[in-house]
Design a protein. Structure first.
Length: 81
């Protein structure tokens, strides 16, 4: 199992952990998800084949709600690969 997969599993098990936008970006890149930081206090994650767009505040720690939604987005993107 690759490091990014282990990190994704830890996110599933403990979404309230001390996750950063960098953690999310690394996993998103592996799943084919684009991350945009338009100069604001939020990062936007999107995938060309998925209608949902997820906007996450960039302050730490990222709330568990956003981590759970991010994991769902990654799971959906990985199904399409």
């Amino acid at each position: 199992m690759a490091q990014w997969e282990k990190t994704l599993e830890r996110m599933r098990e403990s979404p309230q952990g001390d996750w950063s936008i960098d953690d999310l970006e690394r996993i998103a890149a592996r799943a084919g998800i684009t991350c945009r930081k338009p100069g604001s206090s939020h990062a936007t994650f999107s995938h060309p084949a998925i209608e949902e767009i997820l906007t996450v505040p960039m302050h730490r720690p990222i709330k568990a709600f956003y981590v759970r939604r991010f994991v769902d987005l990654v799971d959906e993107a990985l199904k399409m690969k």
